[in-house]
Design a binder for this molecule. Sequence first.
Ligand code: UD1
Length: 418
Amino acid sequence: MDKYVIDGGKRLCGSVAVQSAKNSVLPLLAASILTEKRVVIRETPGISDVACMAQILRELGADVRFSGGNATIDSADACCHEIPSSLTRELRSSVFMLGSLLSRFGRALIAYPGGCDIGLRPIDLHLSALKRLGVSISERDGFIFCECAKLRGADISLDFPSVGATENILLAAAKAEGRTVLTGAAKEPEIVDLQNFLNAMGAKVAGAGTDVIEIEGVRELHGAAFRPMKDRIEAGTFLFAAAVCGGEVEVVGASPENLRLPLHKLRENGCKIHAKNDKIIIESRGRLKCNRRIETMPFPGFPTDLQAQATALNASCAGCALIVENLFETRFKYVPELQKMGADIEVKGRTAFVRGVGRLHGASVTAGDLRGGAALVIAALGAEGVSEVLDLSHIDRGYADLRTKLKKLGADIRRVHI
Ligand code: UD1
């Protein structure tokens, strides 16, 4: 088990390049088995979630190779429709495999998916949408068995714009017989990326990025090479780190359009932001002030995946902030760890009341989930004195080279094997 040792209080300066988006690459990997032809996904990030998804594809019989940062998937010999529970429990995104497996083999057996412990995370929307496409589903002992003679296009309406359910429907409907019209779809940029990838494979998907997506099923998909979008959450994490530490940082790769609300909130804190094309420059000087209120919402609202980082920032600003988490039930589990660093935060249900204390102090804290872990790193970077962030396995799920990138910006951060 590894830990970070961080001597806080160093200003961050310089330029940092953003990795490809975790939440895009994972569904793209799931999509790769929709064809028997070779698929190349360029610039895949070296994160453990990608390694886990690659392992799932290998268990199905696909050949997955990483070379020069590119993933090449050849699933001509894939024949298995079962995903071992050890892997699905580790990676929630394995739920996307339902749509892909049904499309490829007409059946799928997976254990209930795992992932970050941030809430109940049911998959009822995925399952009822698949039923609409003609799938029969049985659940027993933590396993889901899905089967269909033929996937048939249908009109589907989601009661809530679930990202994963939207992506699963795209995957299942791409080769279904006839037309699928999905209303109430999630509008996240990663869904647009999945649409573009499927279309590059010969699918006919239109409307991603809006709440109505139309999929005209095609008989076959062919191979493709695709460069995924950049990771808006990693970009946001560096921006919040720079805000906490002070300094001037250029974040290169992510579209500012995909980070509108976080950028607006950082300006409210008192940061100067210059954004153009794929570059965002943040300048943070002097003491920042708290946001009055941040409320997480589906895209284009404030992303739940940046909620913890924003809370870490507010904890070290002046004033008071109200942070409301609308997406996941238990996404404030990192708060007791921030309190060890001197943060004054009170959590009631889905709301955190933050009283900014100016500067946090170093402490030994444990990362319990991916983004909560990133928030602890940010807090430690800005704190006075030395901190250690224990259990990096969650952080490794989503951030490649985090230490190297932060060190290049001037942070004093070491990774220590314990
Ligand atoms: C994806 C992202 C995750 C992000 C989240 C919200 C990936 C791999 N993960 O997760 O990083 O935090 O979007 O932006 O892309 N829900 C149901 N029933 C369902 C499905 C979802 O009730 O069948 C609920 C969930 O419990 C949650 C909310 O809907 O409260 C949002 O979930 P969803 O949009 O599906 O998130 P994920 O796809 O799991």
